[in-house]
Design a protein around this ligand. Structure first.
Ligand code: DQA
Length: 156
């Protein structure tokens, strides 16, 4: 019997998300990026199981450099959970890249961008996402990863 190769999912955080836990905690909470990543690692097998899938290999990445972000999301992942930070609202380059890549991704935001400043209410990247989760704090990433598993399960 041939074994399916493990799916590879990228969890990509963009600009300023390295400051999580210290940065405006009233908006973004007190969870650090490292503990958010630990939470995801721990819950990953249960999420995959809920959709009848083997747990994917999770690969975590954060950068404050837009070009590096674009290169990382282009490495042929089976799927991605992406929080582009402020690039969400500013980057045509990211939007063009996501339009060109065949990358199934969930866009996530810790804060509820729909109730924040007007400039945060538009996302250049969201139209290319499978779906979007925001406003749940670090649980937005759990929502994003679940959505991605649901999408993967539907393909098989
Ligand atoms: C954010 C929302 C963005 O507007 C902001 O620029 C961020 C974080 C969020 O996760 O809530 O850096 O993406």
């Amino acid at each position: 019997m041939t074994r399916m190769t493990k799916k590879r999912i990228l969890i990509a955080n963009g600009v300023n998300l390295d400051l999580l836990g210290r940065r405006e905690p009233d908006i973004y909470g007190t969870t650090t990026l490292a503990s958010l990543e630990d939470e995801l690692r721990k819950i990953n097998p249960a999420l995959a199981k809920a959709f009848g899938l083997d747990p994917a290999e999770l690969n975590f990445y954060q950068t404050n450099h837009e070009g590096q972000f674009l290169d990382k999301i282009s490495e042929g992942w089976d799927g991605a959970v992406i929080n582009p930070g402020a690039w969400t609202h500013t980057s045509l380059a990211l939007a063009d890249r996501l339009a060109g890549l065949k990358l199934p991704f969930a866009e996530v935001h810790l804060s509820n961008i729909a109730k924040r400043e007007a400039f945060r209410q538009h996302s250049y990247s969201a139209p290319f996402a499978v779906g979007v989760c925001f406003g749940f704090g670090s649980a937005s990433y759990i929502c994003g990863l679940s959505g991605l598993y649901a999408w993967i399960a539907k393909q098989s």
